[in-house]
Design a protein around this ligand. Structure first.
Ligand SMILES: Nc1ncnc2c1ncn2[C@@H]1O[C@H](COP(=O)(O)OP(=O)(O)OP(=O)(O)O)[C@@H](O)[C@H]1O
Length: 249
């Protein structure tokens, strides 16, 4: 079966201040299968966010090919979650989540029900009428995840979505994301700095090397798809995370 997204021979050079050039990505190849969770890890500045932004269609100024089995419809098929949730402070949680639907002028009953279902899925039903300032960091990020899912994108691109959270909240959100995945089977590409996060969440982990960013290796996570807090205690978990850590040095 052909992958949902195929990245082939991608090069990206930024022209920075004073016309100095930064080669951010060099000869990057990567496949992302339908329904797969792929983690991108690598040292700071290796081009993870750059690659994700290309996948999102936010950066089209590069060499190489990025092809989709079914081309994504702009504003509909790609959901993006950033490290900072960037919610609109004057809108309630429900109205932040429904933002994408409103932008598409979707005022259907089905759209409203989808928002209600998502609020339930991310555990925010009781906070639907709260404003962002009344939420914890984890709740804000849950709102951002629900917002990205509201228009039912085919792929969810997440750029260090849990990086700003404390360890306990982060672990909880990992389980929330896996629960969402079990319900939706969304394709997810996740940028992270954490080898544990990559191991716990992903089917495959792409390890990138330092500048210029290249894909050094792509590993299949040797764990069953069903991940529970006990998974973190398994010897295979520690061994795989340890191997990733070694690859990053
Ligand atoms: N708009 C830009 N103009 C010039 N250089 C840029 C720009 N954006 C990124 N870069 C450079 O491209 C390289 C890759 O940046 P990118 O943000 O993709 O890395 P990253 O792996 O996501 O980093 P981090 O893990 O620290 O978030 C870095 O050297 C960065 O300085």
């Amino acid at each position: 079966m052909s992958p949902l997204l195929s990245v082939r021979g991608v090069h990206k050079t930024y022209v920075a201040a004073k016309r100095s050039k930064v080669v951010a990505l060099e000869d990057v190849d990567l496949d992302v299968g339908e329904g797969e969770i792929v983690a991108l890890i690598g040292p700071s500045g290796c081009g993870k966010s750059t690659l994700l932004r290309m996948m999102a269609g936010l950066d089209t100024d590069f060499e190489g090919d990025l092809s989709w089995s079914v081309p994504p419809r702009p504003g509909k098929d790609i959901g993006f979650v950033f490290q900072e949730p960037a919610l609109l402070p004057w809108r309630t949680v429900r109205r932040n989540v429904s933002l994408g639907l409103e932008a598409q002028r979707d005022t259907s009953e089905q759209g409203r029900e989808q928002v209600t279902t998502l609020l339930d899925l991310v555990g925010l039903t009781d906070f639907a009428d709260s404003f962002p300032k009344e939420l914890s960091g984890g709740m804000r990020q849950r709102t951002a995840i629900a917002r990205a899912l509201a228009y039912n994108p085919r792929i969810l691109l997440m750029d260090e979505p849990f990086g700003a959270l404390d360890a306990i909240t982060r672990d909880r959100l990992h389980d929330d994301l896996l629960r969402i995945w079990e319900t939706t089977h969304k394709t997810i590409v996740l940028v992270t700095h954490s080898v544990e996060e990559a191991t716990y969440l992903a089917d495959r982990v792409a390890v990138m090397s330092a500048r210029p960013g290249r894909i050094k290796a792509v590993h299949t996570v040797p764990l069953s798809r069903e991940r529970t807090p006990e998974t973190r205690q398994l010897p295979e978990f520690a061994k795989f995370a340890g191997m990733l850590r070694q690859e990053l040095v």
